[in-house]
Ligand binder design. Structure first.
Ligand code: S3P
Length: 174
């Protein structure tokens, strides 16, 4: 049943978790977070997995656990990591699993403003200087947008509250 599976994709700091949790409450279905599932399965925080085992290991596990979630869970709002749709066949798997894949879209300016305060604990940007963030995010988002844009629904979040975004999503679910 594709109807009861919703997957949120988008860059780090775009609001996938906040919007996903609110959406799951409205729909009365469970909220899942792929990073949390990876941390649970690996017994380590994401930042430690990157540090101790490297990004390639993380990407392999990310792909494995995404498939596992799709095979064992039937009804969910799932927030995946910012990189998830951009590696291996993950975006194809997402599109196969659901007709409700949603790109939570935020502008570069908005992402920079949010991520300046949330850098630590995010291994891909933790070591960047604040001045380096705008350029890094602009380039990274440009590369990743190709994958995010494949989602069935795109929700622009700038100047909207999470509540407004959820209301918009609810009106557009198929
Ligand atoms: C990543 C985003 C993170 C997490 C990991 C890698 C990425 O998830 O999966 O640090 O490649 O953009 P969030 O988007 O939930 O921060």
């Amino acid at each position: 049943m594709k109807e009861n599976k919703i997957v949120l994709v988008g860059y780090m700091g775009s609001g996938k978790t906040t919007i996903g949790k609110m959406l799951s409450k409205h729909l009365n279905i469970k909220f899942l977070d792929l990073d949390t599932f990876i941390e649970f399965k690996e017994g380590l925080p994401i930042s430690q997995i990157f540090k101790e085992r490297g990004e390639v290991y993380f990407r392999k596990k990310e792909q494995q656990y995404l498939k596992e979630l799709f095979s064992v869970e039937n009804e969910f709002v799932l927030s995946v990591g910012g990189g998830t749709p951009c590696f291996g066949d993950n975006m194809e798997q997402i599109l196969l699993a659901t007709s409700n894949s949603i790109y939570i879209k935020a502008s570069i300016t908005e992402l920079v403003n949010r991520l300046v305060h949330q850098k630590n604990g995010r291994p891909l940007i933790a070591n960047l200087a604040v001045e380096e963030l705008p350029d890094f995010i602009a380039k990274h988002l440009f590369e990743r947008s190709f994958f995010y844009q494949k989602a069935n629904l795109i929700i622009a979040t700038d100047d909207k509250s999470p509540h407004d975004c959820v209301a918009e999503i609810l009106g557009k679910l198929v």
